[in-house]
Design a protein around this ligand. Structure first.
Ligand SMILES: [Zn+2]
Length: 288
């Protein structure tokens, strides 16, 4: 089978579909599918699980023995970039990597034969393009992703933001008005405060170059104003619960899914809408 192409499933509509296979500090991996009448392809977003588990979960969600068209990395931390997966699908599957992460990839031996380097924009194929902004996360940052699928009959957009560090106006502008938004909601501040973990770990998580709290997440979501669906990513096992993360979104008009470390989310659909500017004017939000 040709790399990255899925056998035809005629009942499915054109558009983007996302399934978060697993998300959390023990490993992150999502599947993004671009469906079309002629061509259907899928990519992995992050590859932080073992190869064995990645294959098993792909099988569980209907992609047994399928090969991704590429692996897109937000950054190179172990919970997002497991070398066994980066090298596990064979030479023909490229790894997409932000230019900022190249040095670390070289130092750590994670550069593979096919590496596609991006900075702000890259064509993925199958009518799908990706624009990128770096978020504050540790030294090298984390790539936040805005996917655009364009077909003759319409378009749709999906945002993906994990390990974001802190809300910024640049990120909000970058992701404004997407149809589906996957975004981290890492910790409850009170649970973080009370957690039995070293002070420097707490400082790293909460210090503006670590992760978003539940409250920072919902502030960003409200400012981004996604059109249809929000998926919460990377909940801390020790310092959060799905209920605490979800309750911040009560009363919202979008549908909400909460990802898990242990089982995949359902498939989340972004159907095609008439082509045209989807971006709404993002609210101003001061960096914190
Ligand atoms: Zn992470």
């Amino acid at each position: 089978m040709e790399s990255g192409f899925i056998e035809s499933k005629p009942a499915q509509q054109s558009g983007l579909r996302l399934c978060v296979l697993a998300s959390g500090s023990a490993g992150n991996c999502s599947v993004l599918v671009a469906h079309g009448p002629v061509e259907t392809a899928f990519w992995l977003i992050d590859a932080g699980l073992s190869m064995k588990r990645t294959r098993r979960l792909l099988s569980d969600v209907g992609l047994a023995d399928q090969i991704p068209r590429g692996i897109i990395l937000t950054h190179l931390d172990d919970d997002h970039a497991n070398p066994s997966v980066l090298d596990g699908f064979g030479d023909e599957v490229p790894v997409f990597l932000h230019r900022r992460h190249l040095g670390r990839a070289e130092r750590e031996g994670r550069l593979f034969r096919r590496t596609e380097v991006f900075t702000s924009q890259i064509e993925l194929g199958a009518g799908c393009s990706l624009s990128v902004r770096l978020a504050h996360h540790d030294i090298d940052g984390s790539a936040t992703l805005r996917f655009l699928l364009e077909r003759p009959e319409g378009c749709c957009e999906l945002g993906y933001a994990t390990d974001v560090g802190r809300p910024t106006s640049e990120l909000i502008e970058h992701l404004a008005g997407v149809d589906v938004l996957a975004i981290e909601s890492n910790y409850c501040p009170r649970m973080q405060e009370a957690a039995n973990r070293p002070a420097q770990v707490k400082a790293r998580v909460t210090g503006g170059s670590g992760h978003l709290s539940n409250q920072q997440c919902v502030r960003m979501v409200r400012a981004i104003a996604p059109q249809a669906h929000v998926v919460l990513l990377h909940l801390s096992h020790q310092c959060n619960t799905p209920e605490l993360a979800a309750i911040e979104h009560l009363g919202s008009e979008y549908r909400l899914s909460v990802s898990s470390q242990h089982e995949p989310t359902p498939w989340i659909e972004a159907g095609l809408r008439p082509a045209g500017p989807a971006r709404v004017k993002a609210e101003t939000l001061f960096e914190v």
